[in-house]
Ligand binder design. Structure first.
Ligand code: ADP
Ligand code: ADP
Length: 239
């Protein structure tokens, strides 16, 4: 599970077209890396997949559930609030700047969402949180405060927190670009480990080496459009 179909998405900021008729199908369990210059719409695309941004045209389908948008003039698909909420809980999102809740311990950061969404009892959520902390190699930090952790550790906790709702899809928006160079590797290792676990992943990054090693597909964006899409070898090794 975790098939994403994006069709004819367009997004304007005022008169500026940040996404221009983007269509993309992402197969379950695959890793898609999105590359492109700054300002090309990579982050906007990820944010629309998670409905952090509304788009002006087109639709997003995750495993058959549509969230669609109105085309100017004639209505193509209706906005469905319930479908938006459902898609949101199926999609984990990792931000460039971690965005951990600063007033909560690491453990509380991880158990908050599954408890609020009534996915687990508190006891179950805590047990799952420790399993996730093992996955990211930070079990000993359960009671720590986020600001006492390195950026790399905070990002690994943010990944654990995003996984706590058992998402079908994980989206990463430049997960290592706020990190000191020596901390990039530990975060990429965690993302690689997840890639092998079969979660569908979309990763916006400038880490070309990561794209070569991990991506099933590389998508290259320019000015709000997908201009190339293929294997890492096809997209990156062009003469
Ligand atoms: P990328 O992630 O590829 O760097 P973004 O998706 O962040 O690109 O941005 C695409 C374009 O949209 C840029 O020109 C950016 O300045 C513009 N943009 C992004 N967010 C907003 C916003 N909230 N309001 C207005 N313009 C925006
Ligand atoms: P300082 O850096 O001023 O010496 P600490 O950052 O070590 O203080 O925090 C002092 C105490 O407050 C510690 O017991 C710590 O666990 C707790 N603490 C730290 N940050 C928070 C927070 N955001 N909310 C609640 N308690 C916190």
């Amino acid at each position: 599970a975790g098939r994403i179909a994006i069709r004819n998405l367009s997004k304007y900021y005022g008169n500026y077209k940040a996404l221009d008729n983007v269509s993309l199908t992402i197969e379950p369990g695959t890793v898609t890396v999105i590359l492109g210059p700054s300002g090309s719409g990579k982050s906007t695309l990820l944010r629309t997949i998670n409905h952090l941004e509304r788009v002006d045209e087109g639709f997003i389908q995750i495993d058959g559930d549509y969230v669609g948008y109105r085309r100017k003039g004639n209505t193509l698909y209706e906005l469905k609030e319930r479908a938006i909420l459902k898609q949101r809980t199926q999609v984990g999102y990792v931000f460039q700047n971690f965005n951990l809740f600063p007033h909560m311990t690491v453990l509380d950061n991880i158990i908050e969402a599954p408890i609020v969404h009534r996915l687990y009892s508190r006891k179950q959520a805590i047990a799952q949180a420790y399993a996730l902390l093992d996955t990211v190699g930070l079990r000993d930090k359960a009671q720590a405060w986020p600001r006492h952790l390195s950026g790399g550790q905070q990002q690994r906790i943010a990944i654990a927190r995003a996984l706590a709702l058992n998402p079908k899809v994980m989206l990463f928006d430049e997960p290592t670009s706020a990190l000191d160079p020596e901390l990039v590797g530990e975060v990429l290792e965690v993302i690689k480990k997840l890639a092998r676990s079969g979660v569908t992943m979309v990763v916006v990054t400038h880490e070309i080496g990561f794209a070569r090693q991990v991506a099933d597909r590389v998508v290259f964006m320019v000015e709000g459009r997908i201009v190339e899409s293929g294997s890492a070898a096809q997209v990156l090794e062009r003469p």
